[in-house]
Design a protein around this ligand. Structure first.
Ligand code: ZN
Length: 336
């Protein structure tokens, strides 16, 4: 039979009696030289353990028993072993698990739920609203970042004719501009306006090369990547703005979101697949786009004075808004 040693006080005299505690048939038995006591366990009060102090057993008549051996006590009365500390400990574990679950949920929500929601919203926004969005964004870009294009009217018309021959979407509009800050670049705005910058046109050897870049941008348009990107950034931004109580700075930042937040690699791969299929179906080679990515890589490295092997991702420009160039070039060269 399990037992544990304790000190018994009868509640009338301050005399300590050595006893041995055991349990049988729901009764606590105390045996000692001067003590012989049996009590129903249900009639006893056993306070929760406090740190390392001895466990107490209180009797209804004022007597008490102290047990210093908390392990032996827990062994004898396992159902009474848990005190506030162990309860708290199990609650802390539960709380930590809860926090981790919540964190996991938030990350999953950010990683998968938010893109899904943005995609669903992007599909449902009316075309007129998107056109208006492009209009306002373009006005803001024109004001801060863009200058009139120096590409001759006739060349622009040729590029437009070839691009629309490739992908005659009603939703696509080409806009030619120059930009000192944005350099060799092309952007798809949320409503389908594709902005083509002079430095990009200057990099191309022929119209087919620029059209290959546009095929990639058409992929972004078709799959509403810019809109989804902005919706995602706006949801996070709005949540942050609500928290910080400042919405105006967020709205002012909308064009920067478009220009400085790169697309995800998933979006890039997807736009490349779209471009490759489009080019192949028009008897053009996806290597045209790969060649342009090579040229853009050299251009942006020179612009930022980067050595070969330096990381590019943190810098602005086409390759940071359309990331993963090495991987993309390899894919496009294989698709030829
Ligand atoms: Zn892209």
């Amino acid at each position: 039979m399990k037992s544990v040693a304790g000190i018994y006080f009868d509640g009338r005299q301050a005399i300590a009696h050595r006893v041995v505690l055991s349990v049988e048939a729901g009764r606590l038995q105390l045996r000692g030289e001067t003590v012989n006591r049996d009590e129903l366990l249900s009639a006893l009060t056993i306070p929760a353990p406090l740190g390392r102090s001895p466990r107490l057993i209180l009797f209804a008549d004022g007597a008490r028993c102290e047990v210093a051996d908390s392990v032996g006590f827990a062994d004898l009365l396992p159902e009474r072993a848990g005190g506030w500390l162990s309860i708290l400990e199990s609650h802390i574990v539960a709380a930590i698990i809860g926090v981790l679950l919540l964190l996991g949920l938030a990350i999953a929500g950010y990683r998968w739920g938010l893109p899904y929601a943005a995609g669903a919203v992007a599909e449902r926004l009316p075309a007129e609203m998107l056109t208006e969005m492009d209009h306002q964004l373009f006005a803001s870009l024109d004001q801060h970042w863009l200058q009139p294009s120096g590409v001759p009217e006739s060349r622009r018309a040729d590029i437009e004719a070839k691009a629309f021959g490739l992908a005659p979407h009603a939703e696509v509009r080409l806009m030619f501009r120059a930009s000192r800050q944005l350099g060799a670049n092309a952007f798809a705005l949320p409503g389908g306006t594709v902005l083509v910058l002079d430095d990009l046109v200057d990099l191309t050897a022929n119209d087919d090369e620029i059209v290959a870049v546009l095929a990639h941008e058409f992929g972004h348009v078709r799959e509403k990547h810019a809109l989804r990107q902005m919706l995602q950034a706006t949801v996070v931004g709005l949540a942050l703005a609500a928290y910080l109580g400042d919405v105006s700075s967020l709205l002012a930042a909308a064009p920067a979101v478009l220009l400085e937040t790169g697309y995800s690699r998933d979006f890039e791969r997807s736009a490349d697949r779209y471009a490759a299929d489009l080019l192949i179906s028009h008897h053009q080679s996806p290597t045209l786009l790969a060649d342009m990515l090579d040229k853009l890589d050299v251009y942006w490295r020179e612009r930022y004075n980067l050595k070969l092997g330096d990381r590019m991702g943190e810098f602005g420009g086409y390759l940071s808004t359309h990331p993963g160039s090495a991987e993309r070039i390899a894919f496009l060269r294989e698709r030829r």
